[in-house]
Write a protein that binds this ligand. Structure first.
Ligand code: N7H
Length: 482
């Protein structure tokens, strides 16, 4: 079943090209008018997966020949919350997936994810009902602001903007890095039927780049076969659609995650001194990669920038070779968020909990003398999936927030059961309680020193969140704007 790329919105499979991205959260105030204007002026302008994918290939070809990209980058996508769908379709609309119908700010969701109380989120974000979001991505902040103003002007009498914010890639040498300083955007699932196995050799037939497992597209886009729960290579049964028009759509999770960068730095420095290791090593053990992007599994004690820069090697690992967390702690962010072959069900289990990440940094660089966070900065986290409950929420609650995961691990010398602890980056304890992770000190290759890292504070704090459905172009042209 080939992917209908022209019908799928562009951010969700390849990710729209973005140096800057405007998030425009709105409430629909006049649904008939909104439908009319959207149909006449906006839907035709949305970036599709086809546009974004072709653009990506052209840019890659041009840069491979040393040229600069002249591409027109602007890309617009549109998603709706459960309330937005009700505005468009009425109260008797079909019910979508349960997490989406609950919403990110529901008490049940907040409790399940150990999230901060929505009363503490950004007040403006909470000031009105959010029905939808425009994602406007482009080359720079002026161009996305300009297009944002055009969209607002066109829709002015049919929507009210509740909250808007621009994310932007970090400047200069920090391009591609998130605010703690780590290279981001390295490991994404490959999509069967879209991601081509690398022609440079070295990847297995079920991989794109080496280590990038191919996943059946139904894990991310509705209406296609997803993964078989037992066999990582086989497609599973086709999940029933909540409504025929949901085909080629996807669920999007948005989380505005503030990062306490000076606090993270001083904590890491103090704890590294306590443990007798250098700070870069402790930071890497919390994330599972060095700041350069080199994975601990392939560079356990020392950074390796040339490995980090080589996409044929920098993701080519599993955890079976590291059963005692000597190279990479069980709790490290990347080992929690994508445990690869670590869980008892192996890859087949993990591949049912993958997400496609498409976030962008926001906020200013740390200012000289800013020893405690004075400016809001962090990650506009965005991810796509076919089920928020089985994918994003599962990762957050069952992996990152769960000190017992990965279950069943034992110490190498005495066989005592290990409690891996929280993901130090995104893990959240109930009631904002203190967190711990196991083995911050590396016992690589053969040591047996037992250490724990106590983390009394969060370094990543949720300040706004919402769940959206990102419909197909066909649904937007027909059922949703009828
Ligand atoms: Fe994470 N970080 O800087 O520590 N993330 N992340 N993430 N993340 C990854 O492989 C980070 C967040 C995943 O396949 C890298 O692209 C920060 C949420 C997944 O091996 C780095 C924040 C969730 C992966 C970071 C944050 C995830 C991943 C390595 C918040 C989902 C792929 C670069 C401020 C619940 C793992 C890379 C794999 C990678 C960081 C948020 C999930 C450096 C700072 C909320 C699945």
């Amino acid at each position: 079943m080939p992917l209908e790329m022209h019908d799928i919105q562009g951010d969700l499979l390849t990710g729209m090209q973005k140096n800057a991205e405007l998030f425009l959260f709105f409430r629909i105030t006049d649904a008939p008018r909104f439908k009319d204007i959207a149909k006449r002026h906006l839907i035709g302008r949305l970036a599709t997966a086809q546009t974004v994918h072709e653009r990506e290939r052209r840019v890659a070809r041009r840069t491979a020949y040393g040229g600069a990209s002249q591409e027109e980058w602007i890309g617009v996508n549109l998603g709706f919350t459960k309330d937005g769908l009700t505005q468009l379709l009425g109260r008797n609309r079909p019910r979508m997936e349960s997490a989406f119908e609950r919403g990110a700010d529901a008490a049940q969701t907040v409790a399940a994810l150990n999230d901060p109380d929505p009363a503490a989120w950004i007040a403006k974000f909470r000031s009105n009902r959010i029905d939808g979001v425009f994602l406007i991505a482009g080359r720079d902040e002026p161009s996305v602001s300009f297009l944002g103003n055009t969209v607002r002007a066109q829709l002015s009498e049919s929507i009210k903007v509740v909250y808007s914010e621009i994310g932007a890639v970090r400047p200069g040498q920090n391009r591609g890095r998130e605010h703690f300083g780590f290279m981001d955007g390295i490991s994404q699932p490959g999509i069967r039927g879209l991601t081509r196995p690398s022609r440079r050799g070295g990847a297995a037939p079920d991989q794109g780049l080496p280590g990038q497992d191919l996943v059946w597209p139904g894990e991310f886009v509705l209406g296609y076969p997803g993964q078989d729960p037992q066999d990582p290579e086989k497609p599973g049964p086709l999940a029933p659609l909540p409504a025929p028009w949901a085909r080629n759509g996807s669920y999007m999770v948005f989380r505005r995650l503030e990062q306490r960068v000076p606090e993270f730095r001083s904590f890491v420095a103090a704890q590294a001194a306590r443990l007798g290791i250098y700070s870069e090593l402790l930071a890497a053990r919390m994330v599972g990669r060095w700041r350069s992007g080199a994975p601990l599994e392939l560079a356990a004690l020392r950074d390796n920038p040339s490995l980090a820069a080589d996409d044929m090697r920098n993701n080519d690992f599993d955890y079976a070779d590291d059963p005692f967390q000597r190279a990479c702690p069980y709790a490290a962010h990347i080992r929690k968020a994508n445990p690869r072959d670590d869980p008892s069900g192996g890859k087949a289990e993990t591949l049912r909990h993958r997400i496609i990440r498409a976030g962008i940094a926001f906020g200013p660089e740390v200012m000289p003398g800013e020893i405690r966070t004075m400016h809001s900065r962090g990650l506009m986290f965005v991810c796509y999936q076919a089920s928020i409950e089985r994918q994003f929420e599962f990762i957050q609650s069952r992996y990152s927030n769960n000190p017992q995961f990965v279950n069943g691990k034992r110490r190498p010398n005495d066989g005592i059961a290990v409690v891996p602890g929280f993901d130090p980056i995104i893990g959240q304890a109930a009631g904002n309680g203190a967190r711990e992770m196991d083995e911050p000190f590396p016992n690589y290759p053969m040591g047996n020193r037992r250490t724990r890292l106590e983390m009394p504070q969060q370094f990543v704090v949720l300040t706004a969140a919402a769940y959206f459905f990102v419909p197909s172009i066909t649904a937007l042209r027909t059922v949703l704007t009828r």
